[in-house]
Design a protein around this ligand. Structure first.
Ligand SMILES: [Ca+2]
Ligand SMILES: [Ca+2]
Length: 158
């Protein structure tokens, strides 16, 4: 009796341990839920990594990530209102963010993504809401928590 109890405990501890050392799959699934499958797929490509990696060191730093997202927001906020409404967000001219890939642009400019990014649900995405949301995406990519994402974590492995 005593023996089987300790076996169970060991089994549970082992499962917790295994769960703890393989966070990558959980993080990838989290991003699909936190964002959308379309956004994750549009983002996690070599082409997009090259766009965001402005100093071309093969890594996306948090600074590069935020600079890219600010560039996207600025490009979408064409009349400099400081916020985006849903209609503008989904129907913005794709040429405005032609520095990103068409797949990224398509993945981002959806009603689903608008609702996810509009954290306070007031029907407007402010620059802060946009950047804060994207910082959370970066944190999901940054599985090693080094404020730096390499190819292995940025690109989706299929
Ligand atoms: Ca870089
Ligand atoms: Ca809002």
């Amino acid at each position: 009796m005593k023996r089987s109890t300790s076996c169970l405990t060991l089994g549970a501890a082992l499962m917790a341990f295994v769960g703890g050392i393989y966070p990558t799959h959980a993080a990838a699934d989290d991003m699909v839920t936190f964002a959308t499958g379309g956004y994750a797929a549009g983002l996690r490509t070599m082409e997009m990594m090259h766009v965001i990696d402005t100093n071309k060191d093969g890594m996306v730093s948090k600074e590069e990530w935020i600079a890219f997202q600010e560039r996207v927001f600025k490009a979408m906020d064409r009349d400099n209102k400081g916020f985006l409404v849903e209609k503008d967000f989904v129907s913005v001219d794709p040429n405005a963010i032609a520095f990103a890939t068409a797949a990224y642009s398509r993945g981002l400019r959806t009603n689903d993504m608008f609702k996810k990014i509009d954290a306070d649900r007031d029907g407007k995405i402010t620059r802060d809401e946009f950047v804060n949301y994207q910082v959370k995406i970066f944190e999901m990519l940054d599985v090693k928590k080094k404020e730096m994402v390499g190819v292995a974590d940025f690109i989706i492995n299929k």
